[in-house]
Design a protein around this ligand. Structure first.
Ligand SMILES: [Zn+2]
Length: 293
């Protein structure tokens, strides 16, 4: 069943657990998300960027939602850019959208988010926005400090925009970290005490299991993930095509599963999907959302 993100996250906030929000935008990655959700009986927020098969991913998600009616998922636009892009997501049945205006000054961010909230809420769709700015791993050391969310602005931002979930910058980064992640747990706790909506952590990959668990205990409900599933999945596909092995137990298990099958354009993505599912299920268990669907 496709539900709004709000519904999933409110339950997570009350139950004090986290929800994995994997980026998926191909038939096999969406399939892997559903398999993980069903195996773990866990709610999931399937996320797609506007630039990566947004329309196809919506139809693929609806296909698997019919195939696995017991799965509880939200279909979410990640990092919504242009207004037109967000409207396209709404038109394509997304149950949740992020509008990312985190690079704009506070007042402009508020103004543009409010506009999207008005339209989305009228259609029964949840909205996530970002305050502060989560940068990319390659420039982590340079941009980490300047991007951190100001706690005094957080409450005002949520009240004025009426967003359903707030993405905060507390020391994480997108993609692969250049440097060691340093998280601001005190700041996170303070923000969580000031705002009443669920909080979102972007850049979950590479942050470390202990850090992520601590973020959940400090008030995070949604954790965005991509690199930690997509990179090993890609690696597994390459190893599979070359007939090589891996020390990573998830990759090794996937390679064994497909041993003796044809090495081609159809099977290789299935090997990748198996690794993606295994890595995702690890995070679902870590976040405490198994059995919560
Ligand atoms: Zn992000």
């Amino acid at each position: 069943m496709i539900v709004t993100m709000d519904k999933i996250l409110k339950k997570a906030k009350n139950g004090r657990y986290g929800i994995a929000a994997p980026d998926a935008y191909s038939s096999t990655s969406v399939m892997a998300c559903f398999q993980a959700a069903v195996n773990q009986k866990a709610p999931l927020i399937i996320s797609c960027l506007g630039t990566t098969n947004m329309e196809e991913t919506a139809d693929i998600t609806r296909f698997y939602a019919k195939k696995y009616p017991e799965a509880v998922v939200a279909l979410h636009l990640d990092h919504g850019g242009a207004y037109e892009e967000i409207m396209t997501a709404l038109r394509n049945g997304y149950s949740s959208v992020m509008i990312d205006r985190s690079k704009l000054p506070f007042e402009e961010n508020v103004k543009e988010v409010k506009e999207v909230v008005r339209v989305a809420h009228a259609m029964g769709v949840s909205v996530e926005a970002e305050l502060g700015h989560v940068g990319t791993g390659i420039e982590y050391e340079k941009t980490r400090d300047s991007g951190l969310t100001h706690k005094d602005e957080a409450r005002q931002f949520v009240e004025e925009t009426e967003v359903d979930a707030l993405a905060v910058a507390v020391g994480t980064s997108h993609g692969v970290y250049k440097g060691t992640p340093r998280l601001e747990f005190t700041l996170l706790r303070e923000i969580a005490a000031l705002v009443n909506v669920p909080l979102v952590l972007h850049g979950g990959s590479g942050t470390g299991d202990e850090n992520l668990k601590k973020c959940i205990s400090c008030g995070i409900q949604k954790i965005n993930l991509f690199t930690d599933m997509a990179n090993p999945a890609g690696e597994a596909m390459a190893l599979y095509m070359r007939g090589e092995s891996s020390k990573d137990p998830d990759i090794a298990a996937a390679l064994e599963m497909f041993q003796g099958k044809k090495r081609n354009f159809y099977v290789a993505p299935m090997v990748g999907a198996e690794v993606y599912r295994r890595k995702l299920e690890h995070y679902i268990q870590l976040f405490g959302s198994s059995g919560k669907a």
